[in-house]
Design a protein around this ligand. Structure first.
Ligand code: UD1
Length: 365
């Protein structure tokens, strides 16, 4: 019998960490063949290739080369290119992950071609529809056949939207699998020395449109990071979207000239996580970093008004803050006055195994 083909859709940086553990788990299965489909939303070497290398992902079986563009362009181009792939070689199931444009685009393609669609990281809600990701989450969950959730709050969100329990399977947080898979290499990597950082430091990542796309919030953040750098070294791994905006608003040179601020290109997963495990505080607007820091017991300040990952607030180490609160927050973290968090159920490094069992028993039954 020819094993059934399962497409794992990967588009952007945060997807690669979610796809990798599942790819490796399914690679050992006789009942299916996992194929990675890269839509090409992220294409720079340090936004994509470095992640494939660190996570030991194979060359994608299909590369859609969709690239950058407006939301409609990205979503539309992904749908057109992926539909052609599915018509040529229909897979037996499609796994979409996270909440990027490709997640919703490929779920739509699969649903309309009657191919079973599974959403990995389902049920998260910020309840902020100004976030493109919230729209992607709502659309994807509404049309997917099977919803793999990371935590109880996600199950409750789906139930409240009327999704029947038989479509929901709580598998836990697969980002933790990636971390555990690469923990030895992360712990053996000394990005800190390579970057010449001495003493306590904050690691910073920012790329949400609400923080970086307009001059005023970005200017406020630059000011807050400058103030923060009087408390500790600030290592800021600058996302391409953020770099472009800093340049456009004339803020980059000023920021780069602050002595205790270290600007870097986007870092590989291993280098980035090696900096996270040693930092005094992580400052972010990313979703994944909120989860990784909660798992690792590291203080995290999230520069957003809301989070689709409230479990990191109630059971982890995350706090929602504004830019002017950052310097005081860093002092608190340095003094050890920060929520310590505890173990979160099913954030244990075995989510991929549960996902594989779920795929086999619920989709290929
Ligand atoms: C996307 C996701 C977001 C995720 C983020 C992680 C959506 C709606 N957003 O946002 O949820 O948190 O990825 O990074 O899907 N660029 C490059 N090189 C690249 C990729 C992008 O230079 O490899 C530049 C381009 O100028 C592009 C801009 O960055 O226009 C933004 O990239 P885009 O893929 O549109 O969205 P992200 O901000 O990365």
């Amino acid at each position: 019998m020819i094993p059934k083909i399962v497409h794992l859709i990967a588009a952007a940086r945060p997807n690669f960490m979610k796809v990798a553990p599942l790819y490796h788990e399914l690679a050992g299965a006789s009942w299916c063949t996992a194929r990675v489909v890269h839509t090409g939303q992220h294409y720079d070497a340090n936004m994509s290739d470095a992640f494939f290398r660190d996570l030991r992902l194979p060359e994608p079986a299909h590369h859609l080369e969709v690239g950058s563009g407006s939301h409609a362009e990205q979503t539309g181009r992904t749908m057109m290119a992926y539909e052609a792939v599915c018509q040529r070689e229909p897979p037996a199931a499609i796994v979409v992950v996270g909440d990027v444009n490709a997640t919703a685009a490929c779920a739509l393609v699969g649903a309309k071609l009657w191919i079973p669609v599974v959403h990995l990281e389902a049920g998260l809600r910020s309840r902020d529809r100004r976030m493109p990701e919230e729209i992607n989450r709502l659309v994807t969950d509404a049309i997917s056949d099977l919803l793999w959730t990371p935590s109880r709050d996600a199950d409750a969100n789906l139930a409240a939207e009327g999704i029947p329990a038989e479509r929901i399977d709580r598998i836990g947080n697969i980002m933790i699998d990636s971390f555990e898979m690469l923990r030895p290499r992360i712990e053996a990597t000394d990005a800190r020395t390579r970057l010449g950082i001495a003493g306590p430091y904050a690691i910073v990542t920012l790329h949400r449109p609400s923080n970086v796309d307009a001059r005023e919030p970005l200017g406020e953040l630059v000011q807050a990071l400058t103030e923060l750098s009087r408390e500790l070294t600030v290592v800021f791994a600058v996302h391409p979207r953020t770099r472009r905006r800093l340049e456009e608003f004339g803020l980059l040179d000023g920021l780069a000239s602050v002595p205790a601020i270290r600007l870097t290109e986007p870092l590989s997963y291993i280098e980035f996580m090696s900096l996270v495990i040693g930092c005094a505080i992580a400052i972010t607007d990313s979703g994944g970093v909120q989860e990784e820091t909660s798992y690792l017991g590291i203080p995290c300040a999230t520069l957003r008004e809301n989070t689709e990952r409230p479990i990191t607030l109630s059971e982890g180490t995350n706090r929602l803050l504004t830019a002017p609160q950052l310097a005081a927050a860093a002092r608190e973290a340095l003094a050890g006055r920060w929520p310590r968090g505890g173990r979160i159920e099913l954030w244990d490094g075995h989510a991929a195994r549960r996902a594989a069992v779920s795929l086999r028993t619920r989709v290929f039954k």
